[in-house]
Design a protein around this ligand. Structure first.
Ligand SMILES: Cc1cc2c(cc1C)N(C[C@H](O)[C@H](O)[C@H](O)COP(=O)(O)O)c1[nH]c(=O)[nH]c(=O)c1N2
Length: 228
């Protein structure tokens, strides 16, 4: 049986206790940011570190299907915000009564406030039509792109940069504003900027929209629904 004392763990993983705790600290305190962005531009070398973290994500067949469109232009970001506003009004109408009122009270983007927008895309043709690991599920390239986004999000947390993922768009609007070719999938619009404070819990939770589910209700053993 392998020993699991502190020294053995550090030796085996190459992470000291403080480094292991730092990984969990980034995970637990990462937040989706909508309204706390500071206007200061992000230095290019910092943005480069975030993109490098994203680019080291796992990807199906190592296809690396992502691209990152960096949008500093206030004019372009205003057009993206207008596209959000149109889609968001449609979204509001999908909820009824009190829930619609609550939805409308939420701030769900910081597209203009954040000094940088990062549109993350997925190119399904990046490594040919037959991709190792994607042969029976075509969505694996999108999943890979999401892994890149999560890497970026966690690295950003450690750098004091807030990230807000905005998904309330017609994809065609973003493609048209940014000149993205038809065959490329838009996976995310990320608002990025320095923050000096973050919510301790998800903003949707703090605002009473929805609470974190108990982990034990989500874990099954040896088959669906088997959690005894
Ligand atoms: C794929 C996807 C898409 C979106 C999001 C997330 C993800 C993963 N989230 C953020 C989401 O609301 C948030 O992650 C959860 O509420 C949990 O909060 P924390 O991220 O832990 O702060 C999000 N938030 C928002 O205000 N507007 C949006 O359009 C979206 N879209």
């Amino acid at each position: 049986m392998r020993p699991f004392d502190e020294d053995a763990l550090s030796a085996a993983s190459g992470f000291s206790l403080a480094e292991r705790e730092a990984v969990y600290h980034a995970i637990m305190t990462r937040r989706d940011v909508r309204s706390q962005f500071l206007p200061d531009p992000l230095p290019d070398d910092l943005v480069r570190r975030l993109l490098t973290a994203a680019h080291h994500a796992p990807s199906v067949g190592f296809m690396q299907p992502w691209n990152f469109i960096l949008v500093k232009s206030a004019t372009v970001r205003a057009r993206v915000r207008d596209a959000f506003a149109r889609a968001n009004e449609e979204a509001a109408l999908m909820f009824e009564g009190e829930r619609r009122r609550a939805y409308r009270s939420l701030k769900l983007e910081g597209i203009v406030e954040a000094p940088l927008g990062i549109c993350v895309t997925c190119d399904p043709t990046r490594s040919g039509s037959v991709v190792l690991g994607r042969t029976h599920n075509p969505r694996m390239d999108s999943y890979s792109t999401v892994c890149a986004i999560q890497n970026l999000w966690l690295a950003a947390r450690a750098e004091g940069v807030g990230i807000g993922w905005v998904s309330i768009f017609h994809e065609g609007d973003l493609k048209s504003i940014l000149g993205i070719p038809q065959h490329i999938e838009v996976v995310a619009w990320l608002c990025a900027g320095f923050v000096d404070r973050l919510y301790d819990e998800p903003e949707l939770s703090v605002k009473g929209w929805r609470q974190r589910l108990p982990l034990d209700e989500l874990v099954f053993h040896d088959g669906w629904g088997l959690n005894t």
